[in-house]
Ligand binder design. Structure first.
Ligand code: AHR
Length: 514
């Protein structure tokens, strides 16, 4: 939150005494069980954009880069380790120019087009439906397909769903002839993307008309897997009327259509076009980015309040299916570096999603490889894991965990005109029965001691993993791939509570075995 100059001066004076407090007490209420933190909030997004798919995931069978049926082995192995729940594909803006027939059949004769959304690069369609499902199988993730509403037709989307999910039809036979006899299930189905912008432009009410028809006719033939249908909603920069229009339309639905999700997009990028630097930034830019990130909470709250009017039972979930940092860089590839700051803000976003788990059932970071806030960067045969990847890895125990109550004594972090909480935390009971507590020390200048305790009962066995870095702007490079990397740390347990010193701008996940 920005504070006015005079107020900031006053707060600085008032805070000079508090600055000495370099410990935080985090109290877990294991008896206050909340909702399940849906594993799908750790979803990924992979668009045909820059080297996100080509070179990042797909290298082709003849590549010297080790691969399985054309898909990079190193990338698959890394993604398996973070237990990716789903991958949203083929876009983004690209989804509304994608024609699925271009990407099936003999690769040698697939249609080549220009990728109009992203710098007009040649799209070979070497990576299409079969390759996508093969990739998902290799990493163990579920499909999230966004169909083309902008430049496609209801019939085209209906045919794609039939091709993927049906048995015994001509389209199913075509799928079998292309190498896949069994139908695939589609777990998540997005009806268009950003229909107020690159996917349209349509007003909210115009979109609702399209939405109804697409849902009515885009039949899923799979016997057991029924998709969560996700409608387009607003983004952080505007188009708030979409939430109202879609939810109002939904409240008047009939037997022909229904939705289970509303998409929200929100990037951390400052002004447009983005001017924030991915690397080499200072304290002010660190604070600016974290401050903007924390606005995700308000964004979800505002949209959830509109949804509550029409859907107090919370039948429709929020899917933040595009989020992350968008820094200054090449507008055609959106390739950017990733620092410790990105790991901190990834953890803060996870915490926000978990705190809204009653409504937020999914989220997809933009994007998986080589694009925006990526997990993985590749350079020909080389691959590195980013600080954001490590944050995802550390939060794996929170997938489908049950949220618990947690309190911490409030303290502020101030930098120039920015003021925000110094710490953030969530707690949950993991599927393995242990308690997990994630603590973020937002302040990039001050180390702190975390005093971890239970509201009732005593801690006995506590372990922890922490992600810190030499500096808030530390990055991993192909030459130095392990500058930022998590490490196991040993909290001191005494008198039924645990203490651990955590570094500035760090993320720590505690595991409490009961
Ligand atoms: O992730 C990059 C782009 O951002 C997506 O294609 C679009 O949906 C959003 O505006």
């Amino acid at each position: 939150m920005r504070v006015r100059f005079a107020a900031a001066m006053m707060l600085a004076v008032l805070s000079s005494g508090a600055a000495a407090q370099d410990s935080v007490t985090v109290t877990v209420d294991a008896g206050a069980a909340g909702p399940v933190i849906d594993r799908n909030i750790f979803g990924q997004f992979a668009e045909h954009l820059g080297t996100g798919i080509y070179n990042g995931v797909w290298v082709g069978e003849d590549s010297k880069i080790p691969n399985t049926r054309g898909i990079r082995t190193d990338v698959v192995e890394a993604l398996r380790a973070i237990k990716v729940p789903n991958v949203r594909w083929p876009g983004g803006c690209f989804a509304d120019e994608y024609h699925w027939r271009d990407g099936i059949g003999d690769p040698a004769t697939r249609t080549k087009r220009r990728n109009a959304s992203w710098a007009g690069r040649i799209e070979t369609n070497a990576f299409g439906t079969h390759e996508y499902f093969d990739f998902l199988g290799q990493i163990g993730a579920k499909p999230f397909i966004s169909v083309n509403v902008g430049s496609g037709t209801v019939q085209e989307a209906a045919d794609w769903m039939e091709y993927i999910t049906a048995e015994g039809t001509t389209l199913a036979d075509e799928r079998a002839a292309n190498g896949r006899k069994e139908p695939w299930g589609v777990d998540f189905l997005g009806i268009g993307n950003e229909m107020w912008g690159c996917g349209g432009p349509l007003t909210g009410d115009e979109y609702v008309r399209e939405l109804k028809q697409y849902i009515n006719f885009t039949t899923n033939y799979h016997p057991t897997v029924k998709p969560t249908v996700i409608a387009v909603g607003p983004d952080g920069g505007g188009f708030a009327e979409y939430t109202e229009a879609v939810m109002k339309g939904w409240s008047q639905r009939d037997w022909t259509w229904d939705i289970q999700g509303l998409s929200l997009h929100r990037y951390t990028r400052g002004v447009w076009p983005p001017r924030i630097k991915a690397t080499g930034f200072g304290a002010e830019e660190y604070a600016q980015v974290i401050d903007e990130t924390l606005g995700m909470d308000d964004f979800i709250r505002t949209n959830a309040a509109i949804m509550d009017k029409y859907d107090p039972e919370k039948s429709v979930g929020i899917y933040v299916d595009e989020w992350g940092t968008w820094y200054e860089g090449d507008a055609g590839t959106l390739y950017q570096q990733n620092s410790q700051r990105d790991a901190v803000l990834a953890a803060l976003n996870f915490n926000i999603f978990a705190k809204h788990a009653e409504r937020v059932r999914g989220a997809n970071i933009a994007q998986m490889v080589n694009v925006l806030q990526a997990m993985i960067l590749t350079d020909d045969a080389r691959m590195i894991l980013t600080p954001t990847y490590h944050a995802f890895h550390m939060y794996v125990p929170f997938q489908d965990a049950t949220r618990l109550g947690v309190t911490l004594d409030a303290q502020d972090y101030r930098q120039g005109e920015y003021e925000m909480p110094r710490f953030d935390a969530i707690a949950a009971r993991g599927k393995d029965g242990a308690l997990y507590v994630a603590v973020v020390n937002i302040d990039p200048t001050r180390e702190a001691t975390v005093n971890l305790r239970l509201k009732s009962g005593r801690l006995a066995k506590v372990s922890a993993e922490t992600l810190d870095a030499p500096a808030m702007n530390s990055i991993n490079t192909f030459e130095r791939p392990e500058t930022v990397k998590p490490r196991a740390v040993a909290p001191t347990v005494r008198g039924g509570a645990a203490t651990l010193a955590v570094k500035p701008a760090s993320v720590t996940v505690f595991r409490i075995a009961e």
